[in-house]
Design a protein around this ligand. Sequence first.
Ligand SMILES: NC(=O)c1ccc[n+]([C@@H]2O[C@H](COP(=O)([O-])OP(=O)(O)OC[C@H]3O[C@@H](n4cnc5c(N)ncnc54)[C@H](O)[C@@H]3O)[C@@H](O)[C@H]2O)c1
Length: 259
Amino acid sequence: MDNNGNMDTNRHHGKTAIVTGAGSGIGQATLLRLAEEGTLVTGCDISAESLDSTRVLLEKQKLTAELVVADVTEQEDVAHLVSSLEGPLDILANVAGIMDHFVPLGELQDALWDRVIDVNLNGVMRLTRAVLPLMEKAGKGAIVTVSSEAALGAGASGVSYAVSKNGVIGLVKHVAYFYGPKGIRSNCVIPGPVATGIGASASPESSWAMERASLKFATMQPTPAQPDEIATLISWLASDEASNVNGALVTADGGWAAA
Ligand SMILES: NC(=O)c1ccc[n+]([C@@H]2O[C@H](COP(=O)([O-])OP(=O)(O)OC[C@H]3O[C@@H](n4cnc5c(N)ncnc54)[C@H](O)[C@@H]3O)[C@@H](O)[C@H]2O)c1
């Protein structure tokens, strides 16, 4: 933003980016923001229908971006997404994710665990691994991964989501430490509640576990953020202004974690 509150449309001028989960919520807001800030951005999502809604918003705002249907859990899709880039990649925003219906460990079916870990953790690992060679070759790159308040305290989700969102923190720090000297920065955004489409996978399936979880929400009921309030942080962490920020876990939760 400049002093008049206008968006800096040159912040990422000429840079390239991949944003996952670009069909809805935080991923969609991130794609729109990066495009408006001058990035040549490729957005992917598992849902073609959701990407259609992103396309409509891009047209409305007179912005352009590549939109690709891809499942981050499929190695073939990930490889295709990265190989279809023309030239280097400056920014990766790992945003795609699903919730786990607040299912506690004792009621957990393997299928739910496998899917949540696959999307939220394995997907981030696969795509990050795939872009590293491009960033290493260029000697620069910024990766921003979305974790969750569920990584800081157990009451914000069931077990699968909490473990997956803790897992990505390890991945973020690994990349920051080992690849920092190669010019690659890796940071983590930790949102509290955000008004998005994730509710579909958040409907509670265990009444006692939800009752227990709701105690956490009762400690301080945070007003759900708008997706762009998270996108603006992702954009900043990906920008050259954040050149000395590497391996950071940054909350964007209206103060929830501080309670
Ligand atoms: N909404 C919240 O309150 C909240 C809080 C903390 C963290 N988060 C995290 O923010 C991220 C974005 O979620 P959101 O709230 O915008 O939800 P959302 O449901 O609005 O958007 C997520 C998008 O990811 C896509 N997606 C799901 N599985 C995919 C896959 N396998 N491959 C590619 N795309 C896939 C979905 O189709 C959807 O468009 C997630 O990682 C989520 O865990 C959300």
